[in-house]
Ligand binder design. Sequence first.
Ligand code: API
Length: 261
Amino acid sequence: MNIHFFKYQGAGNDFILIDNRDLSFKDTDNNAVLQLCNRRFGIGADGLMLLQNHADYDFEMLYFNSDGNLGSMCGNGGRCIVAFAKHLGVIDQETDFLAVDGPHYAKISEEGNWVDLQMIDIDNINKDGDAYVLNTGSPHYVAEIQNLKDYDVYENGKAIRNNDTYKEQGINVNFVEDKGDHLFVRTFERGVEDETYACGTGVTAVALSMAQHNHQIGHIETPIKVLGGDLKIQFDYDGKQFTNVFLCGPAEQVFEGEISI
Ligand SMILES: N[C@H](CCC[C@H](N)C(=O)O)C(=O)O
């Protein structure tokens, strides 16, 4: 099979994107995804997305983690596929598209490399000890850590993701340090089973958890730094529900190519 692909990254969370409006890529082909995402034997990426037609939306996003399995919602992937849809001429500067967790509204800058993506509303944040646990389209665990720069995110993230509570379903593990004018976040991702340079649903989960933790109410904007760059989360919080949640940040095309597998 000969595949024409595009490579995108959003704050260093990197993805293979395929225009699958003709359905030539079979979405059940987990082995192909695994092979294409492999950084030594393939193109290399944290995940792969198919852009497909949908009767009621501008397009549909199908997201696979680099382990080859269909993932839950991917926020940075969502931003990248919006930039890709604009590149293909499927959308102009605004869109309503469908992802695994439901419809998403997004708007994109004129240059096509900055995307504000609306995320699902959240009304339920649980605790696991001192950590926060919530689903922002994907399941997330959020723990505060001092001196995060030197923290062993891989070993500690892997241990939490594989403990008795989370082993079966898996969870994405986020560590956050409050730096005063921004939050610094590092994430161990389920399905990649490694630390990634950024996780969009993860930083969203962190921003909401920290608002609850710090009893912030109203319209909140949270600047976030991750290993791969800067992201911003905006939302309204009335003390119970988080609404108008937006994940904002860069989405850049890196290269395109052909590969046969
Ligand atoms: N990198 C993604 C998260 C992918 C979710 C995936 N790791 C899963 O739990 O299925 C993001 O930007 O939100």
